[in-house]
Design a protein. Sequence first.
Length: 79
Amino acid sequence: MKKLKHIWSRVAPVVGRLPGRTAEVLGTYLDDLLLLAAGICFVLAALELLGRPWALVTAGVCLAVYAVVVARSRRGGGG
């Protein structure tokens, strides 16, 4: 935790100097980008381990999960 505070103390001033709403937009979409990156990692792992058919299945599941996450976020995170 101490290391994270040290890193954030160096990042926060830079984020504060970003022009306009750049920091707000980055914060809004960063979680989406991380979710997409995780999906890509799962698909590539399935391709390596199990082959193309399972990679396609994994991609479909990742897209379905992403759609559910987006739908929930548009409703304010409600169930």
